[in-house]
Design a protein around this ligand. Structure first.
Ligand code: GCU
Length: 444
């Protein structure tokens, strides 16, 4: 029996298993503190109860919808090319203004505001070595980004980041950055798929790779919101209702790692790719949308809170995201949409997050519904891309070649938005060669 999909599935459905800043706390205390903070945010929002989300277990009585005929059509999806006052976005300068409006709405209602003033950060080289990866000689650096905490020394924050550059590089090279998972002590990593790793594939192209550990500077649970970079800025106090959530904090760390790469003459910082899977797929899309220095995005199985239309009643729902297990990824204000408000009240939706990446190329990756499950909602992500397409076209970019949801393993690679549903489970794995083939034209 092939256990891989099962193992990956189990990992996928156990939220927040990654170790974190609060790893000194027991699982029970993390859960208790998380519930307290979630409750406090509900009180501050004046919400007494929330609608519960459906279950990710397909055999549960309240399983999430996986029947296409029951998924809604959306008459109420906001148009990215209509200003809030009803005027039409007609050209590039208009789009720049519209972009500002959209960012404000995402900040206020969904992902929260990244603080204007953030402390300085200094990068330290922990070690450097020459090493062979997949037969390719690389120079590998392990870095630590130390955040200046002089304004609140009770909380210390540092960013774990490592990157590798092929030694043969004559000039500066493109680099693929990944939001990396760190496995808790005692927990076995899922087995690596056969064939060359993504790092080996990237190095073979002559590109470098980097791995940033988001949990090193912001824990993946509500209990962690009063520490990490979010807690440091708030001096250990709870968040305001429009404060940044963990996804924005994670994105901040990627931007700081890109600052570092900009100082390395071996890296072509104009050609840096951002990649992530699942919650880190959401984080990768947020990073790409907000920091336009990232050249290309590879967004793996990001689902709800990432590339999937939040209005679509299929797979994971806003009610799941707003629950105590996941609300920390967002601004507290977002919780309202699972209480008094509904997802159709959201002033923006995922297609506009994708549109914020325009004109830069984005590849949306997902696995097979049979192996990965329906929680991610591949079609909900594809439809968001279709709705983002007019923005790419307005900016003179190549559109998706079709608005029909493609069959599995069909590679929509002609546009600057690319899509492929691979045959595997909850991984980017089988899509790496396709991504590389498509991204070459932007990176070489
Ligand atoms: C849960 C969660 C998803 C998330 C995933 C993950 O399944 O509901 O939104 O993407 O965990 O990150 O593993």
């Amino acid at each position: 029996m092939n256990l891989k999909p099962l193992i990956l599935g189990l990992i996928f459905f156990i939220p927040n298993l990654t170790i974190s800043q609060n790893s000194g706390l027991s699982r029970d205390s993390i859960q208790a503190l998380t519930r307290q903070d979630h409750q406090l945010m509900m009180e501050r929002l004046g919400i007494e109860s929330l609608r519960p989300g459906p279950s990710g277990d397909p055999s549960a009585l309240n399983a999430a919808n996986s029947d296409e005929s029951k998924a809604n059509t959306y008459e109420t999806v906001p148009d990215p090319l209509i200003f809030e006052d009803g005027e039409t976005v007609k050209n590039k300068p208009d789009w720049e203004k519209r972009r500002v409006e959209l960012i404000e709405l995402f900040d206020k209602e969904i992902y929260g505001r990244t603080p204007q003033k953030l402390p300085d950060l200094s990068w330290e080289l922990l070690w450097e070595k020459d090493t062979l990866i997949g037969g390719i000689e690389t120079s590998y650096r392990k870095m630590e980004g130390m955040v200046d905490n002089s304004e609140f020394p009770e909380i210390s924050v540092s960013i774990d980041f490592e990157y590798a550059i092929p030694k043969s590089a004559a000039s500066s090279v493109p680099l693929v950055m990944e939001f990396g998972w760190k496995w808790p002590k005692g927990m076995r990593r899922p087995p690596s798929p056969p064939g060359p790793s993504w790092q080996e594939q990237v190095l073979k192209e002559g590109w470098g790779f980097g791995i940033l550990i988001p949990n090193s500077y912001q824990a993946d649970h509500g209990a962690g919101l009063r520490s990490g970079i979010i807690g440091l800025i708030n001096k250990g106090e709870p968040r305001d209702l429009d404060d940044w959530g963990t996804l924005k904090a994670w994105a901040w760390g990627e931007s700081r790692a890109l600052d570092l790469l900009e100082t390395d003459p071996k890296v072509d910082a104009q050609k840096v790719v951002i990649e992530g899977l699942s919650r880190y797929g959401k984080a990768a899309l947020v990073t790409m949308a907000y920091d336009d220095r990232f050249a290309v995005g590879l967004i793996g199985s990001s689902g709800a809170g990432g590339a999937k239309l939040l209005r679509r009643t299929f797979g994971e729902q806003v009610e799941n995201l707003a629950s105590s297990g996941e609300y920390h990824w967002f601004a507290p204000n977002f919780i309202k949409y699972a209480g008094p408000l509904t997802p159709t009240d959201l002033p923006v939706d995922a297609h506009e997050l994708i549109a914020l990446c325009a004109p830069r190329p984005v590849f949306i990756s997902v696995g097979s519904p049979e192996v990965e499950g329906q929680w991610i909602d591949a079609k909900g992500m594809f439809e968001a891309m279709v709705l983002a397409d007019p923005v790419y076209e307005l900016l003179g970019k190549n559109p998706l070649s079709t608005s029909q949801f493609p069959t599995i393993q069909t590679f929509l690679d002609r546009g600057d938005l690319a899509f492929r549903q691979h045959e595997g489970g909850h991984t980017v794995g089988p899509n790496w060669p396709f991504f590389i083939e498509w991204a070459r034209k932007y990176l070489h």
